[in-house]
Ligand binder design. Structure first.
Ligand SMILES: [Zn+2]
Ligand SMILES: [Zn+2]
Length: 254
């Protein structure tokens, strides 16, 4: 069985800069199976059951795994009939409310690239410990509300901007995160785009009994279906195949 890239975006349905045909072309070039997972949530185009149904029907016309990436914190419930049209649901955090105001992590990413010299995310988010505690509370709330299969890019969070992730993320947060994944049966995504998890978290996750998934988080052809980092970690840590998320359905069009 070849690698499965669970995490990709298109221009038709979210913020990708590529068509589904281009994604499939990249999958062929890289020799991997591919899943689509456009953004859904109250702040996205896919913000209703009707649009999610249209998306599921669209995906069913292609030989791809059918996923969706729900924006945790701005999610909406997917009824069972609609849920069954998808192979999996990824949940990812892309921003959080601080004092009633939503702070998008895209500002954070600009800051890491030196584009926001006057801004300090540690102030914005009210201290990193308080922020990370709220992050775990959000995950527990969301994972309790409906079934998620995969947690997307778990360290794509403000502390990542502070430098070395193994120093920026405290161990209590890592332990709390892994406990939540096990409690709710959610796999930890190994993301090529975000190079997450770190090796320390990966070692702990393996020991704790976590499951993993692999994703490029491709938004444009150049990086779509590149799984170098996930392959490297899975080989290095000797992760057994049964611990890696996969879809059992053959990837054919409806
Ligand atoms: Zn995401
Ligand atoms: Zn994504």
């Amino acid at each position: 069985m070849s690698w499965l890239d669970c995490h990709n975006h298109t221009a038709e349905w979210s913020d990708g800069r590529q068509s589904i045909e281009q994604v499939m072309e990249r999958a062929r070039a890289e020799g991997v199976r591919v899943g689509l997972s456009d953004h859904a949530g109250m702040g996205d185009y896919l913000n209703s059951e009707a649009r999610l149904l249209a998306y599921a029907d669209y995906l069913s016309q292609y030989p791809v795994a059918r996923g969706v990436e729900m924006d945790l914190g701005r999610s909406f419930p997917i009824p069972p009939g609609l849920r069954s049209k998808f192979d999996y649901v990824i949940g990812s955090v892309h921003g959080m409310e601080v004092d009633g105001v939503r702070q998008s992590f895209s500002a954070l990413l600009d800051w890491t690239r030196g584009k926001k010299p006057g801004w300090d995310p540690r102030v914005q988010f009210g201290g990193m410990d308080a922020f990370l505690k709220r992050h775990l509370e959000l995950l527990d709330r969301e994972f309790s509300s409906q079934k998620y299969d995969i947690l997307g890019h778990c360290t794509m969070l403000p502390p990542l901007a502070l430098g070395e992730p193994e120093k920026a993320f405290p161990e209590w947060w890592e332990d709390g995160l892994l406990a939540l994944l096990l409690k709710h049966g959610v796999a930890l995504e190994i993301s090529n785009r975000w190079r997450t998890p770190t090796r320390r978290l990966m070692a702990k996750a393996l020991k704790a009994g976590s499951r993993f998934s692999t994703g490029s988080d491709g938004h444009e052809p150049a990086k779509t279906c590149c799984l170098d980092y996930p392959k490297e970690l899975i080989q290095e840590f000797n992760i057994p195949t049964d611990r890696i998320f996969d879809v059992t359905r053959p990837l054919v069009a409806a």
